[in-house]
Design a protein around this ligand. Structure first.
Ligand SMILES: Cc1cc2nc3c(=O)[nH]c(=O)nc-3n(C[C@H](O)[C@H](O)[C@H](O)COP(=O)(O)O)c2cc1C
Ligand SMILES: [Fe+2]
Ligand SMILES: [Fe+2]
Length: 420
């Protein structure tokens, strides 16, 4: 293992918890600090975790999900040690529960099933159909298909399956263990980053400030399109006592210390967390539009509003998507580029459409040196978003702010604040 910046760049952190009933849950947080970009497009400066869990009852044990290719070897070694060295785990796993087939969770299936030839693979019917695409060498007679409401008895512990189709793939299952009130939530309630899972035991009170920013960016960009499906799973779970949520990424969450469900309620219904806040998102070629965006933020703040600036040509678009979900108003500011919109702004707008973001106030600011057209083209894109209503007049900047465009921006800031 390598050491970079005092971090072991790839490692497995295991946390065990035992109950007097004889039930034991081992969490295997598989930490990757080498990764720079998740799913080929989301920067993850704090790394990434892929979680796997072992639930052991008095009679047998089940492993919930495998991990990313980058950590399969270390994860398998850690699982091996936990099975070999612990009477609670009965020496071997009886079931591998595959809640989600995406490669960041399914890469270890083949090696795991080979390592424990008596183990059965448990998954939904859709996952069983898709399994050969991900892992062609698992024999069909080792696969046990389960559906909503089915249970597996482990002795003192049991696993009840909750189908969660399209959160955010079609085959997804969540799993509930009633004796410990543990919800294994698949990708839901997951987050980017490694520090929280690396250093915390899941019961710390500071999660309210530490967890939401990256969890929001994860949710909005990865799961955000499927808000309706998230809502229907939340409805199914309503009334189920949950002590701990164990997602496939990031830390496990002790609900009494930090309950993420209300945030998921807001995100999945496109309800802004901060209806009064304004996300100012700018795309600039030479910096003048970013500079105008910074001035607009100052004007909004002077008027008492919360304003956050995302400079699209410098920062990743996933951050702008997350701020668009968080704030009640969005200002789209863009230079004219080849008689059109700067490509990163087009990308941002198409992502908002793809995620189905709705019900926001918005304003438009364009820049252009000879024939500005960015505003009309942005308007054409925004018009496709449900429930977007324009605040104030479109502001046109010619190359850089002058007295007249600055005054127009000031008026716009007032409009955005008045309508709060
Ligand atoms: C590659 C390129 C293409 C441009 N195309 C146009 C254009 O079609 N129409 C226009 O009015 N200005 C155009 N401009 C000028 C910019 O829109 C203008 O200088 C810019 O709005 C200044 O703001 P900025 O510093 O934020 O980029 C172009 C500039 C560049 C670099
Ligand atoms: Fe996923
Ligand atoms: Fe995932």
């Amino acid at each position: 293992m390598n050491d970079v910046n005092n971090h072991t760049t790839r490692c497995v952190r295991t946390v065990a918890r035992e109950w007097p009933s004889g039930v034991r849950i081992d969490s295997l947080f598989c930490i990757d600090r080498e990764i720079r970009c998740f799913e080929g497009q989301y920067p993850v400066a704090d790394g990434m975790t892929y979680n796997s869990y072992i639930v052991s009852g008095t009679a047998c044990s089940a492993v919930l999900d495998t991990v990313d290719p980058s950590l399969v070897g270390q994860w398998l070694d850690a699982a091996d040690r936990l099975f070999a060295g612990c009477a609670h785990t009965h020496g071997h796993p009886d079931y591998l529960i595959v809640q989600h087939l995406e490669p960041d969770h399914s890469a270890g299936i083949g090696a795991f099933m080979e390592r424990w030839p008596e183990c059965r693979l448990v998954c939904s019917a859709i996952a069983a159909r898709m399994l050969p695409q991900f892992c062609p060498w698992v024999a069909a007679d080792r696969v046990l298909v389960v559906k909503e409401g089915d249970s597996l008895d482990l002795g003192a512990a049991s696993l009840r399956f909750i189908s969660a189709p399209m959160v955010h793939w079609p085959e997804v299952l969540m799993t509930y263990e009633p004796s410990t009130e543990t919800l294994f939530s698949a990708d839901a309630f997951g987050t980017f980053g490694a520090s929280l899972a690396e250093t915390c035991d899941g019961s710390m009170a500071g999660y309210g400030t530490l967890w939401p920013d990256e969890a929001r960016r994860y949710y909005c960009n990865i799961v955000g399109k499927y808000g309706k499906q998230v809502q229907s799973v939340l409805k199914k779970l309503d009334g189920t006592p949950v002590h701990t949520i164990c997602p496939l990424h990031g830390p496990a969450l002790t609900v009494a210390k930090f309950n993420p469900v209300p945030l998921y309620g807001l995100w999945s219904s496109c309800t802004p967390e901060r209806p009064d806040a304004v996300a100012v998102v700018s795309a600039s070629l030479h910096g003048n539009t970013h500079e105008a965006a910074r001035e607009l933020c100052d004007m909004l703040r002077a008027d008492g509003a919360e304003a956050v600036h995302v400079a699209l040509t410098c920062e990743n678009v996933s951050l702008a998507v997350a701020e668009a979900f968080r704030c009640g108003a969005i200002v789209f500011m863009c230079s004219t580029y080849d008689a059109g919109i700067v490509p990163v702004m087009r990308d941002f707008l198409s992502r908002l459409a793809s995620k189905g973001l709705r019900d926001r106030r918005f304003a438009l600011v364009e820049n252009g040196s000879w024939a500005p057209v960015a505003a009309s083209q942005m308007l054409a894109e925004v018009s496709r978003l449900d429930g977007f209503t324009q605040a104030g007049q479109t502001v046109t900047i010619r190359t850089r702010l002058d007295d007249s465009s600055r005054a127009a921006l000031k008026t716009l800031a007032g409009e955005l604040t008045i309508l709060r």
